[in-house]
Design a protein around this ligand. Structure first.
Ligand SMILES: C[S@@+](CC[C@H](N)C(=O)[O-])C[C@H]1O[C@@H](n2cnc3c(N)ncnc32)[C@H](O)[C@@H]1O
Length: 235
């Protein structure tokens, strides 16, 4: 359980980024509106005990991606594994508009989205309901005075531990060494996660079938080296 003292009460607890970027073109705005109607999750109703009822197609496993940016990785994975239901979260309106424009052209029946702080969705989900959580290049907050804003911390790892099934997987990718070390330490302190690393090279080996992300491509162009961590929710 998440200790209440680790969960500050804020309207938007863990989102500190920008909600809006460049002005959205009318066509994209229309795609965003109709896309959110079709793909958006309504958190005002309680979550169903069986998450499968949220999706248009039959799905038997559930995967969450937090902060999907423009959605490139999420779209790739959802198209690749139609038997898994994917939930993507992104509060940045331009990212969500991009995603909805892509879905307008190539719809996916095994995908749902949420356009606000992921902590709200995590608190809405039933316990032990997810097979995996991907946190790919979360906002790095490299300055020490901002480390508290990082998505990984005691409260959110408590949330992950609650919603992941035993044996479920938490994947964390980052190009910021201090955040990688921070996450290893936080998972060790939490105690519910085992780090899966068979050898030292593992750390820098991309996940299987990895399509990359937009943020990652920029980090590599700028000379930073990505790290890919995988943790298993202990039983
Ligand atoms: C550095 S970007 C990476 C985007 C994408 N994963 C990629 O690799 O290209 C981090 C993303 O996380 C989103 N984000 C930040 N805080 C969040 C929160 N509390 N809940 C959900 N998403 C969040 C931001 O809006 C941003 O799009």
């Amino acid at each position: 359980m998440v200790d209440p003292k680790d969960r500050p009460s804020r309207a938007s607890e863990a989102f500190f980024g920008r909600r809006h970027g460049k002005t959205i073109r009318p066509q994209q705005a229309a795609a965003l509106e109709s896309g959110l109607r079709a793909y958006g999750l309504d958190l005002s109703a309680p979550a169903p005990a069986d998450l499968g009822t949220l999706f248009k197609s039959d799905v038997s496993a559930f995967q969450l991606e937090i902060g999907f940016g423009g959605g490139e990785h999420l779209l790739h994975r959802a198209a690749e594994v139609p038997a898994t239901g994917f939930i993507g979260v992104e509060p940045f309106v331009n990212g969500m508009a991009k995603m909805m424009t892509a879905l307008g052209k190539a719809p996916l029946a095994n995908l749902k989205v949420y356009d606000d702080d992921a902590t709200r969705l995590l608190d809405w989900l039933p316990p032990a309901s997810l097979d995996g959580i991907d946190l790919l290049y979360p906002d790095p907050w490299p300055k020490k005075k901002h480390w508290k804003r990082r998505f990984v911390g005691p409260a959110n790892l408590g949330r992950f531990a609650r919603v992941l099934k035993a044996g479920g997987r938490f994947r964390f990718a980052s190009d910021i060494d201090s955040y990688v070390n921070w996450t290893l330490l936080a998972c060790r302190t939490n105690g519910s996660f085992a780090w899966l690393a068979s050898d030292a090279a593992d750390w820098h080996r991309p996940y299987e079938g990895w399509p990359g992300t937009r943020y990652e491509a920029k980090a590599i162009r700028e000379g930073r080296r990505p790290a890919y961590l995988t943790f298993i929710r202990k039983g």
